[in-house]
Unconditional design. Structure first.
Length: 227
């Protein structure tokens, strides 16, 4: 089971502001935004773990027997896949500890911005892990689709423990609570399909699978552009 520690050279400011519930940086002092982005780079500890399995829809072929994710949307998402990587990515617990400290100290704006920067950071780390995992199957003529996580569409988060097991997430200190929430919180599990006819692109977008079209955090086609 491979491991990869992606480097975060910078954090997407536009995505950070989206996670903070803001579309325009003019709503906050530029110094506050810059400080949050800098602190996120300081406290984040990106790490990823994954394993690639043969896939015969709707099941992953694993040594202990087939694993069939309980999600029709995921099955459709993986259409054309010959292999599937089960991934786990985290930026560690230091950043959430710092966010908690800021909230406890009454530094609500700083806490909100750092928390949003952490959300953006873990998404970027996941994209980097997906790209690295995709390179391992490129010689087979396969390309990556888009990652798909529990909580997207009809894929219940109750399947988190299974994904943690299949990805080897314990090696990066990632686990789940009794209510199936990941810990550390700024973490992601996902399935990533590889196939000859997959639609290319490793960036995840939960908004594409969410029926809450009026959500203030919903990503538009321009939101993922770096600034």
């Amino acid at each position: 089971m491979p491991l990869f520690n992606p480097m975060l050279g910078r954090i997407n400011k536009k995505e950070m502001l989206r996670y903070a519930g803001m579309r325009q940086s003019e709503e906050l002092p530029p110094a506050a935004i810059a400080a949050a982005l800098g602190d996120a780079l300081l406290y984040a500890r990106p790490a990823g773990a994954w394993e690639v399995y043969d896939y015969q829809a709707p099941a992953l072929k694993i040594p202990s027997g087939d694993y069939t994710p309980q999600s029709l949307k995921l099955c459709g998402h993986l259409r054309g896949a010959a292999k599937v990587a089960v991934l786990a990515v985290s930026i560690g617990g230091d950043i959430e500890t710092r966010v908690d400290q800021l909230f406890a100290a009454g530094e609500y704006t700083k806490a909100l911005l750092l928390d949003a920067a952490a959300d953006s950071a873990v998404e970027q780390a996941a994209d980097s892990v997906c790209a690295f995992a995709a390179s391992s199957v490129r010689a087979l003529g396969l390309r990556a689709g888009r990652r798909f996580s529990p909580g997207y569409g009809d894929w219940d988060i109750k399947e988190q423990p299974r994904l943690l097991e299949l990805s080897g997430a314990a090696r990066i200190g990632l686990s789940a609570t009794g209510s199936f929430m990941l810990t550390p919180r700024k973490s992601i599990t996902a399935a990533l399909g590889f196939g000859s006819f997959m639609q290319p692109g490793q960036t995840g977008n939960a908004c594409a699978y969410c029926e809450n079209t009026g959500c203030r955090l919903r990503r538009t086609k321009n939101d993922a552009e770096d600034v």
